[in-house]
Design a protein around this ligand. Structure first.
Ligand SMILES: [Zn+2]
Length: 387
């Protein structure tokens, strides 16, 4: 039994330990220091643990340009979204190529050291329309890029501490640990489900359809930076736990979190989410409707169509499980998709997001065909506390 190879061939590990770590900390104390933005901190962790393999650091100019234009690194390996370090202009001005820089979190605590091999103009006019397919400043991903500096620093990082505040530490498994767990369980095929929302019946159905085809299922919520109106990660985690405990086969299901900051880049982000999960050791990836989208910037199935631009077995190496919109059908008495059920929308239990929020705030569970009661109860408590 063998696990899938990481993206680019080797699982990166940029975490320094032991005597080397002591020496690096000593050196860092004498270096120019730079505080990372929340997104850059999550990216540092993703690089260090190998979730962003083959990246060993923040991207240099050739990679940045290739990624924006062709969704490829300079090496030719597929990579859809830039991973940049672009500090405030006055900070970038004081740093030159070849320099080593201490990287800190927002509270001034040391995370690691960057060796600057590239310093280049941050071509936002290239990045924004290519990656986000819009230049609208209201798009949360576009807004983030606009906020970044005008100069990018690229180069490998050596990391001492991936984060000083690891939320959900017991579920925050790096790729090496999920791979080890899959091997121990004897799973050679594993489906992953990315989510930044509570899982309701329709998504539970997708995950279970996937698990019917594979040895195991990884429920892999994103816990990095999200929009302020997304449901907070701790509430979502409570929902995932109660759902898995009550409705999934524990011997076939794993719940772990991923510290990635959302870009809301829709189709390109679906590709990124897939490649990252390949590094975690999965072989099948669920892409539903509106994957990683926001507002109405992307077509409902754009995140599935983008994979047509690749030679998927060669370039991506993961089986993409494309699902259509699903909901409970009263006539079928089951969760169905537009692909499997002949009945119309009037037979579906599919309350709008606004309707669900109203019910929760009023202390009422949405229909059990839409949401499991245990999940609904957690969301009711949260909705009433924030109301
Ligand atoms: Zn039906």
């Amino acid at each position: 039994m063998s696990l899938i190879a990481p993206h680019g061939g080797n699982l990166v590990n940029r975490v320094i330990e032991g005597v080397a770590a002591q020496n690096l900390a000593k050196e860092a104390a004498g270096l120019t220091a730079m505080a990372l933005s929340p997104r850059e901190q999550f990216d540092l962790e993703m690089i260090a643990i190998g979730a962003f393999s083959p990246l060993a650091g923040f991207q240099g100019e050739a990679d940045f340009t290739g990624v924006c234009k062709n969704m490829r690194l300079a090496s030719g390996v597929v990579w859809p979204i830039p991973v940049t370090l672009a500090p405030a202009n006055e900070i970038a001005a004081g740093i030159s190529k070849g320099q080593r820089v201490a990287l800190q979190d927002g509270k001034g605590r040391l995370l690691g050291v960057l060796t600057v091999t590239d310093k280049y103009h941050h071509d936002k006019k290239l990045e924004i329309p290519n990656v986000y397919r819009t230049e609208d400043e209201k798009h949360p991903g576009v807004a983030q890029v606009i906020k970044q500096g005008e100069t990018c620093l690229g180069g490998p990082i050596d990391v001492l501490t991936t984060t000083h505040e690891p939320e959900f530490a017991e579920h925050r498994l790096p790729p090496a640990a999920t791979r080890q767990a899959f091997a121990q369980k004897g799973w050679s095929t594993v489906a992953a489900f990315q989510t930044r929302n509570p899982i309701h019946r329709s998504h539970e159905y997708l995950t279970k359809c996937a698990l019917e085809m594979t040895d195991g299922l990884l429920i892999h919520p994103l816990v990095g930076e999200t929009k302020s109106d997304d449901i907070p990660a701790d509430i979502r985690m409570a929902c995932y736990k109660v759902l898995v405990d009550n409705y999934y086969n524990a011997s076939r299901t794993m719940l772990s979190v991923m510290p990635l900051a959302m870009r809301y880049a829709g189709p390109r982000e679906a590709v990124l989410h897939t490649l990252i999960r390949k590094n975690y050791g999965i072989t099948h990836f669920i892409v539903g409707r509106d994957h990683a989208g926001v507002g109405t910037y992307y077509g409902t199935y754009d995140a599935q169509k983008i994979f047509d631009q690749f030679d998927v077995p060669k370039d991506i190496g993961v089986t993409i499980l494309k699902f259509e919109h699903t909901a409970w059908c009263k006539k079928c008495a089951a969760v169905v998709s537009t692909k499997t059920c002949p009945h119309g929308p009037e037979d579906k239990v599919s309350p709008s997001g606004t309707k669900v929020r109203e019910l929760l705030k009023a202390g009422q569970r949405p229909p059990s065909e839409f949401s499991r009661p245990e999940v609904a109860d957690i969301l009711i408590k949260w909705a009433q506390a924030v109301a």
